[in-house]
Design a protein around this ligand. Structure first.
Ligand SMILES: [Zn+2]
Length: 293
């Protein structure tokens, strides 16, 4: 057997990643295929590779001629109208400014890749439940049409874009040093109101089972959650209520400190304690108070 320098395959994997981000899936696949031939035990890479193959199939007919704005590149199936495309780009640019400012002046240099789908194509690529309105996995992926090819409402498209764009900024700030509930709660908080309807739904969950302990919420796996619609709904509502409370009660400055504390700390509860003087029990109390008012 040939003993390779350990860094050698990693370099090819990274090169594949760079191609992938640049939307050149064929070149990415070639690099990754090579790595997997030499070292078939890279499970995560295998998953990424399989997903890239699915994307290639679904997106091969998409329009690659550039539809772009200052910070975004758009790829889309030919059924997406010019009207929807220009609406999407203008909302993306607005999100870029608004969310970048809210999170302390974070403006990724880009271009950020955005791929539009109808719901069926989206399902074929990401293989998650029906309730998922978008994904950020290095690219923003958003279904903007139903299976009949009818566009979703402007309001719904905007909500999805804002939600996913928050993930872009959070990734820029924290990479993977962010607990799931903070990331999703923030995306929800910046993309929609915590409405009285949501309040009522969360109250119902709390009355039957109480809040999900934050320790569990932190460790919840995406796969676990997609197994149960109810569990997912409760986890999102609670995350939304929590970040909504922290943001509106304590303000932007504190929240930015919290983000810095997460960056430095190994422990989420420590970061919370340092900045908000709350442990998970105190946080639960605060959330209950905020929704029972
Ligand atoms: Zn999300």
């Amino acid at each position: 057997a040939v003993k390779l320098k350990p860094g050698y395959l990693d370099a090819h994997e990274l090169l594949g990643e760079a191609y992938y981000r640049d939307n050149d899936i064929l070149s990415a696949r070639t690099q990754w295929e090579y790595v997997l031939q030499v070292d078939p035990n890279r499970k995560q890479l295998k998953e990424r590779y399989d997903k890239a193959c699915r994307e290639e199939v679904v997106e091969s007919s998409f329009n690659k001629t550039v539809s772009q704005s200052r910070h975004f590149n758009l790829t889309y199936p030919k059924e997406v109208t010019y009207q929807i495309r220009s609406y999407v780009l203008s909302v993306l640019e607005r999100a870029y400014l608004e969310i970048g400012r809210k999170l302390g002046g974070v403006f990724p240099s880009g271009p950020i890749q955005v791929i539009l789908y109808d719901t069926q194509q989206f399902g074929a690529v990401v293989q998650m439940g029906q309730s998922v309105g978008g994904v950020y996995d290095g690219k923003i992926r958003i279904p903007v049409m139903n299976e009949k090819g009818e566009g979703l409402s402007d309001e719904e498209i905007k909500r999805r874009i804002y939600h996913e764009y928050v993930h872009v900024v959070v990734f820029e700030l924290l990479k993977d040093k962010v607990p799931w509930w903070v990331n999703e709660g923030l995306a929800e908080t910046f993309s929609k109101e915590f409405s009285s309807r949501e309040k009522t739904m969360l109250e119902q969950f709390i009355n039957s089972k109480g809040l999900i302990p934050y320790n569990n919420l932190e460790k919840i796996s995406i796969k676990d959650m997609f197994a149960s619609e109810t569990k997912m709904s409760q986890a999102y509502l609670q995350s939304h209520a929590t970040i909504n409370m922290l943001w509106s009660k304590y303000g932007q400055g504190r929240f930015l400190n919290f983000i810095q504390a997460l960056k430095r700390s190994e422990n989420v509860e420590d970061a919370l304690r340092n900045v908000y003087h709350l442990d998970y029990a105190g946080l639960s109390k605060g959330v209950l108070q905020s929704i029972q008012r």
